[in-house]
Design a protein around this ligand. Structure first.
Ligand code: HEM
Length: 74
């Protein structure tokens, strides 16, 4: 499940980056229609919940390996 969420987040980030790049590139050539500037919002709407899910996951997983924070993980 987490693997799927991570994969969705990864691909959405790629789409988001490409759309934002396309907007910046397009702006240099022509005046873009207003709706064009809203195109990053759908991938961002995917990134936000999947990102928050991955962020909170460690706090709810219940896995504790007993390693003190100051020792860190190697
Ligand atoms: C919108 C709010 C976002 C939140 C809350 C969020 C949160 C997170 C979290 C918690 C992780 C996992 C980090 C870990 O492995 O411990 C992650 C991974 C990642 N995020 Fe986001 N993120 C957000 C937006 C973005 C955006 C805008 C991009 C890039 C355009 C992005 C690109 C990535 C990538 C590439 C990864 C690594 C995924 C992988 O494992 O391949 N994220 N993000």
């Amino acid at each position: 499940m987490t693997f799927v969420i991570r994969k969705v987040h990864r691909w959405a980030s790629l789409v988001f980056t490409l759309v934002v790049s396309a907007i910046f590139a397009g702006m240099t050539f022509m005046e873009l229609p207003e709706w064009f500037y809203y195109l990053p919002l759908p991938p961002l709407a995917v990134l936000l919940p999947t990102g928050i899910y991955m962020f909170v996951l460690p706090y709810f997983s219940g896995q504790r390996d007993g390693t003190p924070a100051h020792e860190g993980r190697t």
